[in-house]
Write a protein that binds this ligand. Structure first.
Ligand code: PBG
Length: 323
C-alpha cells in the first residue's frame, strides 16, 4: 500500500499528533551532572574551555548538587582537582581530598546519588591514568591505587564509583576491595568502552590532567574498534559492573546501540567536554541554536539506547523541555 494511500506526514500534522507517537523522550532524572571540585579555593571559578561550567569548592559542590536535584537531575559525578600531585597520585585517596569532602557535603544536602570518577590522571604529576614504570603505564601496579581511591570515596559517602582509567581487571579489583572494606552496596559504573578521543581536550584543561608526555592510546581504546568495544563491555559485566558506559557518546552511537542490545546492565553514555564545547562554540557564532542542538544531541544518544546520559547540560534540560 504505497503513496498516495500511505502518507507518513498525517501523524506529523500537529504538535499533539507528533507527541502522541513520539518514540523517545528525554528525562532529566536519567541524566548525571559532572562537577569539578577544587581543594584550593583560589582555583575555583569559570572554566575557559567549558563555557557555563565552573570549578567549585566542596561546599559549593553541595549547592550545585542541590540545584541539580531541584531541576530533576538524577545524579552528580565528581572530579577532583587536588593541591598536591606526585608520581603515584597519592592525594587521590586522601580522606580530606576535594572529592571526599564534596561527597560528605553533598550527601548531607541532597538525596540524588553521588558518583565519583576513579582515575589517577588528575592526581599524578605526569598526568597519566596510572603508575608509570619504564615509560609506560603499569596495569597491575595501578590496580591497588585505584582500589584505595574507590574505597576512600565510598567511605566518604559515594554511592557509585566510576573507574575511567581503562586498566584491565580494575572492575573486579575494585569490587573485591569495596566488599572487603564493608561497602558491598556501593555500585560500580564502569567506563567500559572509552576511546582515546580528541574530544576530551576541554576536560583536560578544566581538570589540569593532560598527559605530560605521550598520549593515552596505550590504555584507552582505538576509536576505530567496534568489536573490541563490545568485548570491553562484556568483560566489565563479567567482572561485576553495575552499569557500563560508552564514551564519548555522539561519536560512538553505533557502540551505544549495540551495547544497549546486549548488555544485561544499564548502559550509560557520556556526552563529553568536546561535544558540549562544539555546541557552545557554534551557538556563540550566532549560527546554531543552543537549546535545540543540545536537546537533539541528547535525544539522539537516548534513541541509540543509552538509559543514563552524563552531560554538562543535565541541569538545563528541565527548563528547556518546559519552554
Ligand atoms: C579521566 C577522565 C577523562 C574524562 C572523564 N574522566 C579525561 C581523559 O580520559 O583524558 C573526560 C570527560 C570529558 O571530556 O568531558 N580519565
Amino acid at each position: 500500500m504505497p503513496f498516495p494511500a500511505v502518507r507518513p506526514r498525517r501523524l506529523r500534522r500537529t504538535p499533539a499528533l507528533r507527541s502522541l507517537v513520539r518514540e523517545t523522550a528525554l528525562d532529566p532524572a536519567q541524566t548525571i551532572l559532572p562537577i569539578f571540585v577544587v581543594e584550593d579555593p583560589a582555583q575555583a571559578g569559570p572554566i575557559t574551555s567549558l563555557p557555563g561550567v565552573s570549578r567549585v569548592t566542596a561546599e559549593d559542590a553541595a549547592k550545585l548538587a542541590a540545584h541539580a536535584e531541584s531541576r530533576g537531575v538524577g545524579g552528580v559525578l565528581l572530579f577532583g582537582i587536588p593541591r598536591r600531585k606526585d608520581d603515584r597520585g597519592s592525594s587521590a585517596s586522601d580522606p580530606a581530598g576535594p572529592v571526599q569532602a564534596a561527597c560528605r557535603a553533598i550527601r548531607a544536602a541532597v538525596k540524588i546519588p553521588v558518583m565519583t570518577d576513579v582515575c589517577l590522571c588528575e592526581y599524578t604529576a605526569h598526568g597519566h591514568c596510572g603508575l608509570v614504570k619504564a615509560g609506560t603505564v603499569d596495569n597491575d601496579a595501578t590496580l591497588p591505587l585505584l582500589c584505595e581511591m574507590a574505597v576512600s570515596h565510598a567511605a566518604a559517602g559515594a554511592e557509585v564509583v566510576a573507574p575511567s582509567d581503562m586498566m584491565d581487571g580494575r572492575v573486579a579489583a575494585i569490587r573485591a576491595a569495596l566488599d572487603a572494606a564493608g561497602f558491598p552496596e556501593v555500585a560500580i559504573m564502569a567506563y567500559s568502552a572509552k576511546s582515546a578521543s580528541a574530544f576530551y581536550g576541554p576536560f583536560r584543561e578544566a581538570a589540569g590532567s593532560a598527559p605530560g608526555f605521550g598520549d593515552r592510546r596505550g590504555y584507552q581504546m582505538d576509536p576505530a574498534n567496534f568489536r573490541e568495544a563490545l568485548r570491553e563491555i562484556d568483560l566489565d559485566v563479567a567482572e561485576g559492573a553495575d552499569l557500563v558506559m560508552v564514551k564519548p557518546a555522539g561519536p560512538c552511537l553505533d557502540i551505544v546501540a549495540a551495547a544497549a542490545a546486549r548488555s544485561p546492565v544499564p548502559v550509560a553514555a557520556y556526552q563529553v567536554s568536546g561535544e558540549y564545547l562544539m555546541i557552545k562554540a557554534g551557538a556563540a557564532t550566532g549560527h546554531l541554536d543552543e537549546r535545540s542542538c543540545a536537546l537533539e544531541s541528547l535525544l539522539a544518544i537516548r534513541r541509540a539506547g543509552a538509559r543514563v546520559i552524563i552531560t554538562y547540560y543535565a541541569d538545563r534540560i528541565a527548563e528547556w523541555l518546559e519552554a
